[in-house]
Design a binder for this molecule. Structure first.
Ligand SMILES: [Zn+2]
Ligand SMILES: [Zn+2]
Length: 561
């Protein structure tokens, strides 16, 4: 048995979560965590909102609300959304909690003491009209590399190029629109170069990482690690803990990953065991797994590990960083301002949470970009309805009608029954291996293959005919088919937990909301009374619904247009 500390990238408390985020960092982590618990592993799943930084301040100022009030609102919205999506964190914290400051400052001070953080004077944008330095997104201009307009002061959102004030073309102050001047100012820099050999040696041990993540990390080291500025002149953030750095705060990407630790501290305190976080973060047996989107690879494979390596305390390093590729919507990036998004509340009301979880998971961007399309969603949903939904419905209705609602007692087994019953253990072994190695798509196709086999078994044995000719044989077939249904539900639990539990209830087992153990069901089914629920598991999605949704998407207004 291992111990897993699982995290998902901390979402910025400045906007809604869309399907792209879900596919990248949240659903895969939730699936992984549920699978581990089913397998008897010790796992905690930690996340929270990232609440400092210019992304927050600039939007709060635009709306004319206090920073704290602004993040309070977004934190609540995001948390409610994850609850709805059935993403089950052990703790969902925030980086503005009190615990976050001292631990972030400790990280800074230790690195500073060891000479890994140094002060340097650098040119920065200063707006004379606003009388302040313009950090990051307070400036916009054109990207010197790809020419994109309206890029942020710290990063080109189009090509991903890191920008500094000397590079950006035609800069303007985002607050007042005037052209900023360049002034010299002191900031603090993390010297990543010193960590290159250690990072390289550490990455070399990671033989089970996704190639895209590992190769990206190695190529970043190969290109040469540079000093990165880790402080900003802002009124919102974790203060730099040096007397000579008054008015400066830690740059958000420096303190945000420390949020994984402060969130674990808060979780431990809420358990009434305030020191229990150390059992995770200081225990070499803990497997620390960071689920992220690919845009976060540099932070979780280079900067964050370097920050941990540069500490004095025995912090563990990431065991794996399953970074996912991008997940788009009908060929374009999800974007509310571009009018290219799906209203998630409307979606859940119409189609349900598990339909979305299954659609995303079965087409998850594990190794290459993928996308949500309404046709793809229809296909995934109808696949579930036609195989699993159909199997459950026809077997259990038949039992209710002909066997007084009780799973009939199995008689002597024929080779075809044995073949079905013997197929369960290998599917659990294969799907378990897939879930464990972050290949959910594969786990699902292995599971759906079992559902298809079970459907075929029912077709071939034809219990509706046997009922008239050989009632004992009919009973045996239904008993075996019921067991196949139960095992499909157990296998699918990580991806569609509510539906899986519903199936187990229909089968007359009382899961009581608890995750079923990840192994073939071994209990006797003889005379088990089926649950009373007769509702269909999945509603089919019709072509005209798809057409209407696509038309609705194309008609969405863009911001201000
Ligand atoms: Zn660019
Ligand atoms: Zn200005």
């Amino acid at each position: 048995m291992s111990k897993y500390l699982i995290t998902s990238a901390l979402p910025y408390a400045n906007g809604p979560i869309h399907f792209g985020h879900i596919a990248g960092a949240y659903l895969p982590a939730d699936i992984f965590c549920r699978f581990l618990r089913q397998s008897g592993e010790d796992a905690i799943y930690i996340c929270g909102t990232d609440e400092y930084g210019v992304a927050i301040t600039i939007n709060a100022e635009k709306e004319g609300v206090l920073y704290q009030k602004y993040v309070d609102g977004h934190h609540a919205t995001i948390k409610a959304f994850f609850d709805k999506l059935n993403i089950r964190f052990d703790h969902f914290s925030r980086t503005t909690i009190e615990e976050h400051k001292p631990i972030s400052q400790e990280f800074f001070l230790t690195l500073h003491k060891k000479g890994h953080i140094q002060a340097a004077v650098e040119p920065q944008f200063y707006c004379a009209k606003c009388a302040r330095f313009l950090a990051d997104r307070y400036v916009s201009g054109s990207c010197p590399k790809c020419g994109a307009d309206n890029v942020r002061g710290d990063e080109c959102t189009k090509c991903g190029e890191w920008l500094d004030p000397s590079k950006i073309v035609n800069p303007v102050c985002k607050v007042c629109g005037s052209k900023p001047e360049i002034r010299e100012a002191t900031q603090y820099f993390l010297d990543l170069k010193a960590f290159a050999p250690q990072l390289k040696a550490w990455l070399a041990t990671k033989t089970d990482w996704k190639p895209n993540v590992k190769n990206k990390a190695l190529s970043l080291i190969e290109e040469g690690l540079v000093k990165r500025s880790i402080t900003r002149d802002l009124a919102w953030g974790v203060p730099v803990p040096l007397d000579e750095a008054k008015g400066k705060v830690l740059y958000v990407w420096f303190e945000a990953p420390i949020g994984y630790i402060s969130a674990t501290m808060e979780w431990a305190a809420k358990q009434g065991k305030p020191e229990a976080w150390k059992d995770w973060w200081f225990d070499k047996e803990t497997k620390l797994v960071h689920f992220i989107g690919k845009d976060n690879i540099i932070f979780h494979t280079i900067i964050w590990p370097a920050m941990l390596m540069g500490q004095d305390k025995p912090w563990i390093l990431p065991d794996n960083v399953p970074g996912n590729e991008f997940y788009n919507l009908e060929g374009k990036q999800f974007s509310k301002s571009d009018g290219w998004y799906i209203d998630t509340d409307d979606f859940f009301t119409k189609y349900g949470v598990d339909a979305l979880r299954y659609a995303i998971a079965s087409n998850s961007p594990e190794t290459s970009d993928s996308q949500f399309t309404w046709e793809g969603f229809q296909a995934a949903n109808n696949e579930l309805a036609d195989t699993l939904g159909n199997l459950v419905n026809r077997c259990f209705s038949f039992i209710k009608k002909n066997f007084d609602g009780k799973i009939p007692v199995a008689g002597e087994l024929k080779p075809e029954d044995k073949a079905l019953l013997d197929s369960f253990a290998p599917v659990f072994a294969e799907a378990g291996k897939s879930y464990r190695s972050y290949r959910v798509r594969q786990a699902l196709s292995q599971t759906m293959a079992l559902a298809i086999t079970a459907n075929k078994y029912v077709n071939d044995t034809a219990p509706w005919t046997l009922r008239k000719t050989d009632i004992k044989r009919c009973a045996t077939v239904l008993n075996a088919a019921s067991r196949a249904i139960i095992n499909c539900a157990i296998l699918l639990y990580p991806v569609i937990p509510d539906t899986a539990l519903k199936i187990l209830e229909k089968a007359g087992l009382a899961p009581d909301g608890k995750a079923p153990a990840f192994k073939p069901y071994e209990g006797s089914l003889d005379n088990t009374a089926l649950g009373a629920d007769n509702t269909l598991l999945f509603a089919k999605i019709l072509p005209e619904q798809v057409k209407a949704e696509v038309e609705k998407l194309q008609a969405l207004p863009r911001d201000g247009k």
